[in-house]
Design a protein around this ligand. Sequence first.
Ligand code: KIV
Length: 258
Amino acid sequence: MSKNLAYWEKAKREGRKLAFITAYDHPFARIAEEAGMDGILIGDSLGMMVAGDADTLKVTLDQMVYHTGIVARAVTKALVMADLPFGSFEESKEQAFASAARLVKAGADIVKLEGGAPMVETVAFLSLRAIPVCAHIGLTPQHVRQFGGFKRQGKTQEAASRLWEDAIALAEAGARMVLMEAIPSDLAAEITRRVPVPTIGIGAGPGTDAQILVLHDVLGLNMDKAPGFARAYVSGAALMRDALAQYAEDVRAAKFPE
Ligand code: KIV
């Protein structure tokens, strides 16, 4: 069964929790799909997880189109979401449409863009032109310079109210999903109850309709410090390091090839 937007909306109505993960290449996308993920995000976090940058700001639209294509080819059921990278959508709604259309042509079912109230008009423009949008609010990593680091958001009453209003405005403008990152749990749960579209949380507590984590954090492949809210389910880096060391040892000891 295709886990398309209708599947997601039905799950919200029925109160069923769904799981999203990021993936950036074909083999990991296949593994995620075989593991039964409901959604796969080609996140611009690839700038950090794959390219080794300190933030996501250098990621280009061409890179996102390439990675979306190779992930989408591996996925038959999960919803495929792709990020609009920094600099590819903020200038005008027309720029956003042209960029989003490239991601859809590459295989995205829905595009994600970061930003609250200033993005309402863009979300409406895309939504009216056949492009489903997920609005990403809270700790939006593309605003890291403005935030002065990767800092939790919505901590004051005023900031929380602004996020609440942004979420409602974005959903009313046509956003088909709202992703909330690193905001207080009670706020994320309240927004989830208030908006009619599925919400996805990361570091936003258990009250959202779905959860998302970065693949490298879940598999223990993040060689830098993973965020406190992430959970590693396997020590992937250590397992792979041991396997490679064993291979090298076998070659040196003339045990491979036999
Ligand atoms: O780029 C990304 O991986 C994301 C997730 C952290 C939600 O936006």
